[in-house]
Design a protein around this ligand. Structure first.
Ligand code: CUA
Length: 149
């Protein structure tokens, strides 16, 4: 019994530690959007990485059969980058390979997370939700620039 109790404590601790140390958390942000009018949307109609008035870097992303827009995405290194992701058609994934950035792109919703990149270079962005015949080819590029803006 003590052994089983110890295991339970260990498992709960593992969840707690990964949530705090590795930022593995369920989404806490609910924002809806009309996927039918995405083309005319001020943020997602022609999505571009931009810096807001208070100095934050925001990257709106539209995932659609079978690409990400914008592509490539360019952001500065060592700055918090807020990604805002939605889909124009079906459910896609948005995973930045080699980082813990991984979100679903769901039509009707905006998935948002913020992270910063400590290493400049090129990263692949892959779709990790099966979305159709060319799912395997749905790959985008993220370029993290070394110089500060
Ligand atoms: Cu988009 Cu798989």
């Amino acid at each position: 019994m003590w052994g089983a109790g110890g295991l339970i404590v260990m498992f709960v601790a593992a969840i707690g530690i990964s949530a705090v140390m590795q930022a593995v958390q369920p989404p806490s942000h609910i924002e809806t959007i009309d996927p039918a009018t995405l083309a005319d949307h001020p943020e997602f109609g022609d999505p571009q990485a931009h810096t807001t008035a208070d100095g934050k870097v925001v990257v709106p992303v539209v995932a659609e059969l079978f690409q990400f827009r914008p592509d490539p995405i360019e952001v500065p290194v060592n700055m918090p980058i807020t990604f805002r992701i939605t889909s124009g058609d079906v459910i896609h994934g948005f995973e930045i390979v080699g980082t813990n950035a991984n979100a679903m792109a769901i039509p009707g919703y905006v998935s948002q997370f913020t992270l910063s990149f400590s290493r400049a270079g090129e990263y692949d962005i892959v779709c990790n939700e099966y979305c159709g015949l060319l799912h395997h080819g749905m790959v985008g590029k993220l370029i993290v620039r070394g110089e500060q803006p």
